[in-house]
Design a protein around this ligand. Structure first.
Ligand code: NAD
Length: 323
């Protein structure tokens, strides 16, 4: 049994991760800056702490007496959020800086950092038929402005803390993650949850139109949350010292994603395209050659199955909130 800190645990991915680590028999401390009432999942058998990890002293409080850290706390959201809040996204560098310093000074043995496909060079993502981004495509650097540059810088901090101070760090570049217990409204939601919400709104409130950002032909891959948690654990306890992709390689266009959700819902809406909305890069996919080589594994949960689970959860939430 290890003593493990999970940051950002009031959010989507780390909420699932904290549960899994607890079920594996570890003593888990979950940390987030949001009040407990706003956490997506609050586990009663976990040590839950509300702390702002931008503040250095709070990182020392969070880590003291623990062996391992999974650092997932970040100010982030979907394209709509990161394109309009670049400075706020970059301030997450304080979390990673202070968490690394606290981990180094308090003898943490292993440190996981959640990076992102937004570190990749934009010039490699100009066409919708992207064959998949390889890890080397992060350099020469031309990351997503704001959020992506912060992730790239924090990745390098992990590398140099390992080289200079001997703390074992592991870095995964997540490609879009989706599933239950995540954001589906309020402006920080990502495409899978946003599409589910918009189509459920159609069903519940009799709307007949859906607004799609751009022309809907931009492509992405989407990783189901169970694959993400499996991958985080495999990478954390591996010998992989370089940042590595953790993403699905089942690439679809946003229009195809809407088709999938409409099929699940059995409800179709008229599509209206907004060319001025935030669209992000034109095409993005994960190349999984390296993860398959190192782990003999890659995310493989089918998009249709994951979207059905996500849709059912969001619909139940929206119906309950409507009552
Ligand atoms: P999320 O927004 O649901 O969770 C992040 C949590 O971090 C939030 O609950 C937030 O309150 C917390 N947080 C922010 N600033 C904090 C601070 N100063 N102190 C303490 N807590 C703070 O996001 P998520 O989707 O669960 O993402 C988790 C991690 O994975 C993030 O680092 C994100 O950048 C990365 N990531 C996610 C995706 C994705 O598709 N969801 C893709 C790439 C990378």
């Amino acid at each position: 049994m290890k003593r493990i800190v999970v940051t950002g645990a009031g959010g989507f991915i780390a909420g699932h991760l904290a549960r899994r680590l607890k079920d594996m028999g570890h003593y888990v401390r979950a940390v987030d800056k949001k009040p407990l009432t706003e956490w997506y999942q609050v586990h009663g058998d976990i040590d839950n702490l509300v702390l702002d990890l931008n503040v250095k002293e709070n990182c020392y409080t969070a880590v003291n007496g623990f062996n391992e850290v999974f650092n997932l706390a970040a100010d982030m959201g979907g394209m709509g959020f990161i394109e309009n809040n670049k400075a706020e996204c970059m301030l997450s560098v304080l979390i990673n800086t202070h968490m690394l310093m606290a981990s180094r000074d308090l003898g943490v043995e292993r440190f996981f950092y959640a990076s992102s496909a937004c570190v990749y060079n934009g010039e490699k993502q100009t066409g919708p038929d992207n064959p998949g981004l390889k890890e080397e495509d992060a350099y020469p650097a031309l990351a997503e402005d704001g959020y992506g540059w912060e992730k790239l810088f924090s990745e390098r901090m992990c590398r140099h803390f390992m080289e200079d101070y001997g703390i074992t760090t592991r870095v995964a570049r997540f490609h879009n993650v989706y599933g239950p217990f995540g954001t589906y409204d309020g402006g920080r939601e990502k495409a899978p949850a946003a599409m589910c919400r918009k189509i459920i709104e159609g069903e519940l409130y009799g709307k007949d139109e859906i607004v799609i950002w751009g022309d809907g032909e931009q492509t992405r891959s989407f990783m189901y949350i169970d694959d993400c948690v499996d991958g985080i654990l495999k990478i954390m306890y591996s010998n992989i010292e370089e940042p590595i992709n953790l993403g699905s390689d089942e690439m679809v266009s946003i229009n195809q994603l809407v088709d999938i959700v409409e099929d699940i819902a059995g409800y179709k809406l008229t599509r209206k395209y907004d060319p001025d909305a935030p669209k992000g890069v034109r095409g993005r996919n994960s190349d999984n050659t390296l993860i398959e080589k190192y782990l003999g594994w890659a995310p493989g949960y089918p998009l249709v199955d994951g979207m059905k689970k996500t849709y059912d959860w969001i619909k139940a939430e929206m119906v309950n909130n409507k009552k």
